[in-house]
Design a protein. Structure first.
Length: 126
C-alpha cells in the first residue's frame, strides 16, 4: 500500500472518511460541517459581544485551518473584555449554542502567553 503524501496525509490516515479519494480536498460532508461551525462561531461571537461585553472575539484552532478540521473538530474561541464575574456565564451560554459542536471559550487576557500569541497571530476576528 502506498503511503499518503501531502499536508493532509496524517489527517487522512486518522480520519479516512473525512477526505475525498484524491487527498487534495476534504469530503463534501466535511466542508458543510465546517461551514456550520463558522455559523455557530459567528453566533457565539455576537452573543458574547451583545450579552457579556466582549470587545473582541476570535476563532482559532482547527476551524481556521482547513487541513486541521476533522469530523471531530470543536469550535475554539477567545474573547477579550468579558468581566471576570461574567466569564463563566459566558462559557455556559456559548457551550449550549449547538448540539453538533463543542464550543470552547478562553479568556485571552488570562490564558497562557504562548496560546495568546498563537491566537493573535493565527486567529480570525469575528
Amino acid at each position: 500500500m502506498a503511503e499518503a503524501k501531502g499536508p493532509a496525509a496524517h489527517l487522512k490516515a486518522k480520519y479516512p472518511l473525512g477526505y475525498a479519494q484524491d487527498d487534495s480536498q476534504p469530503a463534501p460532508e466535511l466542508v458543510l460541517r465546517r461551514e456550520r461551525a463558522w455559523e455557530v462561531a459567528r453566533e457565539a461571537a455576537s452573543l458574547l459581544k451583545r450579552s457579556f461585553g466582549a470587545k473582541k472575539v476570535a476563532a482559532f484552532g482547527s476551524l481556521v485551518h482547513q487541513l486541521w478540521f476533522s469530523p471531530r473538530s470543536d469550535i475554539d474561541l477567545a474573547a477579550w473584555g468579558i468581566p471576570d464575574d461574567r466569564f463563566f456565564a459566558a462559557v455556559g451560554a456559548v457551550t449550549g449554542l449547538s448540539p453538533e459542536f463543542d464550543v470552547d471559550l478562553v479568556d485571552a487576557a488570562t490564558c497562557r502567553e504562548a496560546l495568546r500569541n498563537s491566537i493573535e497571530k493565527e486567529g480570525v476576528i469575528l
